[in-house]
Design a protein around this ligand. Structure first.
Ligand code: FAD
Ligand code: 2HG
Ligand code: ZN
Length: 504
């Protein structure tokens, strides 16, 4: 069942021909660089087309919610190859979808119809690392976790971390301006990215792989590509500042009875450990239950009883004794004031991972349980949980919700969790299918609610296909008008990632 009012394929775009595919075969090195169901014209006799099912992983997204029908996946290995592809597609009016690790959650990285998929996975080399400044320059297709492992050997860490780190690319992270679990401490990619190399829609290369921290010469063009979701250029290289890896890390999870207490604990934690705090996450009991029942790897419940709310705090510093002492004082204070009902503190690296997995496993476990309607919102922390409650109440009023799909109801869980430290709420509504009737109960209610509290309908996942027509809930008409001008400036033929991002 399609959840979205699917757009109509625009005749503005050419249909791929065997001659086009033949040209791509000529411009890319090696037969494995072209994956297609179309027999290319003039190709080497050894060339083999593939079964459509071999393109499935590129045509479907991580949630299996968005499905395209592309017949061609191109796997360039160099920036020059990307440039040749784009020059050709621009000339021929062929629509293109840039794809990184395909872990995006808004349908931005998969085709809507027959767009050519350009995966950046073949551009996966580390170009340089400056061990004094901590600046890393790498290809856009490098996997985030691989980069983190690489810089860890030199005592550094990537300034971002997310549950999808094992698959997502740094280029995809930049294209979505991914937030994640280290945002509270290290901030946005708008601050951490120092330079980008970008192939523009007409094939020109914008070479801006600077490693300078400070550079006030003209407009800072790279900022436009951060969060542009593949609509104005293909990012092929990234220069990024990496912070020093902390030698002392502590992780604790607290159980709490009310959302008011979550907020009070947040204030207390900042008071006691503000300068070493590196994450402050929360998840509610429904999220916790979903993880306990559905996470692939068993995630042990460290508490004796279930509680309505949980917070995870992480501290990173350079002096273990000092940090331990601070945490001890915090714990005593929280226990004494009765703000927390229970708490566990990781004693070693294994326990650090185990506690983190209570939080990080929510998206994966929800996906195992059913089809997930995901919302990713920014708003004042004080308002966040009202929305989760209002959403649950709405499902109850429509009589379509019961925990674990009891009584055959179509909605089985409403999980509220997220990055409290960044004012970012995630709501995962687990349904038994992507049923448009369920979606109607959620939307536009959820967007209007968020807009009314002056929040953002996308804190970190982006607009993609899911929210292509929704930007008006968070941006004024003048801003949207100028965004469209920027799109036209870079991509006058509108060949990059059509039907997505800003379609109002
Ligand atoms: P893709 O999914 O392949 O693409 C995403 C978008 O970027 C698409 O529009 C695509 O066209 C474009 N794109 C990709 N690569 C390029 C490129 N080189 N040049 C131009 N455009 C490109 N996000 C967060 O912000 N915070 C989180 O904590 C977080 N956690 C997640 C946890 C899980 C389990 C999952 C599955 C996703 C999570 N995400 C999170 C979503 C997040 O957007 C992605 O994980 C990640 O940033 C996307 O990278 P990717 O390489 O997979 O990009
Ligand atoms: C997270 O914080 C990610 O875990 C994913 O941003 C959230 O799946 C989601 O809705
Ligand atoms: Zn998140």
């Amino acid at each position: 069942v399609r959840t979205l009012a699917t757009p109509v394929r625009s005749n503005h775009y050419a249909k791929l021909t065997p001659a086009d595919v033949g040209e791509f075969c000529k411009m890319l090195s090696g037969p494995s660089s072209v994956l297609t169901t179309i027999q290319p014209e003039g190709a080497d006799p050894s060339f083999r087309t593939v079964d459509p099912s071999e393109l499935d992983t590129f045509n479907h997204d991580w949630m299996n919610k968005y499905h395209g029908k592309s017949q061609l996946v191109l796997k360039p290995k160099t920036t020059e190859e990307v440039s040749k592809i784009m020059r050709y597609c621009n000339e021929k009016n062929l629509a293109v979808v840039p794809q990184g690790g395909n872990t995006g959650l808004v349908g931005g990285g998969v085709p809507v119809f027959d767009e050519v998929i350009v995966t950046l996975a073949g551009l996966n080399k580390i170009r340089s690392f400056d061990e004094v400044a901590g600046t890393l320059v790498c290809d856009a297709g490098c996997v985030l976790e691989a980069l983190d492992n690489h810089v860890a050997e030199k005592g550094y860490m990537m300034p971002l971390d997310l549950g999808a780190k094992g698959s997502c690319h740094i280029g995809g992270n930049v294209a979505t301006n991914a937030g994640g679990l280290r945002y509270l401490r290290y901030g946005s990619l708008h601050g951490n990215v120092l330079g980008l190399e970008v192939v523009l829609p007409d094939g020109r290369i914008l070479e801006n792989l600077s490693t300078l921290r400070k550079d006030n010469t003209g407009f800072d063009l790279k900022q436009l590509f951060i969060g542009s979701e593949g609509t104005i250029g293909l990012i092929t290289g990234v220069s990024i500042i990496t912070p020093r890896r902390s030698s002392a890390m502590n992780v604790a999870v607290f159980a709490l009875e009310t959302y008011e207490d979550v907020q009070k604990v947040f204030t207390q934690v900042k008071t006691h450990c503000g300068e070493i705090l590196s994450a402050f996450e929360f998840f509610d009991q429904e999220s916790f239950d979903v993880v306990q029942k559905h996470a692939t790897a068993h995630v042990r419940d460290p508490f004796e009883a279930r509680h309505p709310f949980y917070v995870l705090i992480e501290t990173s510093g350079s002096n273990k004794d000092h940090d331990d002492e601070k945490l001890q004082v915090l714990l005593e204070d929280l226990m004494e004031s009765g703000l927390i009902s229970d708490g566990v503190l990781a004693q070693d690296e294994t326990q650090v991972q185990a506690l983190w997995s209570l939080r990080e496993s929510v998206p994966e476990a929800a996906g195992k349980m059913g089809k997930v309607f995901k919302y990713d919102l920014s708003m004042p922390v004080s308002k966040m949980y009202d929305l989760v409650r209002d959403m649950r109440k709405r499902f109850e009023d429509h009589s379509i919700y019961s925990r674990d799909f009891d009584q055959g109801k179509p909605v089985g869980a409403v999980c509220g969790y997220g990055h409290i430290g960044d004012g970012n709420l995630h709501i995962n509504i687990v349904a038994n299918s992507y049923d448009p009737e369920v979606e109607k109960v959620i939307e536009p209610f959820i967007y209007e609610w968020t807009s009314n509290v002056k929040g953002s309908i996308s804190a970190e996942h982006g607009l993609g296909l899911m929210k292509a027509q929704k930007i008006g809930y968070s941006k004024d008409p003048t801003s949207i008008e100028f965004m469209k001008k920027i799109k036209d400036l870079f991509d006058p033929k509108k060949i990059l990632n059509p039907y997505k991002y800003i379609q109002v």
